[in-house]
Write a new protein. Structure first.
Length: 217
């Protein structure tokens, strides 16, 4: 029996500019994580660490977080994911002629990617697979909390290419690894390192698919 994705996939409705918090909770499929207080604390810690690196030079917290609007810098989101799930975000800048063999390896194994984080202009959303509906990415966007477009993994590179043409920043969630990617990632363990989040209720139910051929951004 197929479950309607809008009834089981967690997606908060957009609240001001707090899409960073919405995005992290959609990624984790958990509303109890990534409170704004926690994310602001991370932003303050990042600013303090940078101040130390700059020998005490003043650092504005607004480099990482805007209190009045709720905008979070990507560094805050990545630090939060690393702290809680030991996840890092690997940016994909282009699909062809990649000088990084590890990025090429990942993009040739899209069926094993659990989640991508998209930054489009000043908005964050995610593309995520679920275990019992594996093979399809669901677009989870707080601006459209009741509609989750589904995209087959064989079509995801085309979708990513369109996003890159729109100057989006695209990040793949991956188990935290050392600076030397080539030593830490191989064809033998790529599936485990790309499927990084614990099962959520939506992972345990076959989900109804929306049209995966509508490439809307």
């Amino acid at each position: 029996f197929l479950k309607n994705s809008q009834n089981i996939i967690i997606c908060e409705k957009q609240d001001r500019n707090y899409c960073g918090r919405h995005c992290l909770r959609a990624l984790a499929q958990n509303l109890d994580l990534f409170s704004d207080e926690y994310l602001v604390e991370i932003a303050n810690n990042l600013a303090a660490a940078e101040q130390i690196c700059r020998n005490g030079a003043s650092i504005r917290i607004t480099q990482y977080y805007y209190e009045n609007s709720g905008d979070y810098d990507i560094q805050v989101l990545e630090a939060a994911l690393r702290n809680i799930f030991n996840i890092q975000l690997l940016q994909i800048n282009k699909l062809e002629n990649s000088n990084c063999p590890i990025r090429s390896l990942i993009l040739s194994n899209t069926q094993n990617i659990q989640a991508l984080l998209i930054q489009q202009d000043y908005h964050y959303y995610i593309l995520r697979q679920f275990r019992l509906t594996k093979g399809y990415f669901f677009k989870i966007d707080s601006k459209h909390p009741m509609y989750h477009e589904s995209i087959h993994y064989q079509d995801i590179l085309k979708f990513i290419d369109l996003l890159l043409q729109c100057n989006c920043n695209i990040y793949i969630a991956i188990q935290s690894i050392s600076d030397d990617l080539n030593q830490d990632l191989s064809i033998d363990d790529i599936a485990k390192k790309l499927w990084v989040l614990p099962d959520a209720p939506a992972d345990l139910e076959p989900l109804l698919l929306f049209s995966e051929n509508e490439y809307k951004t």
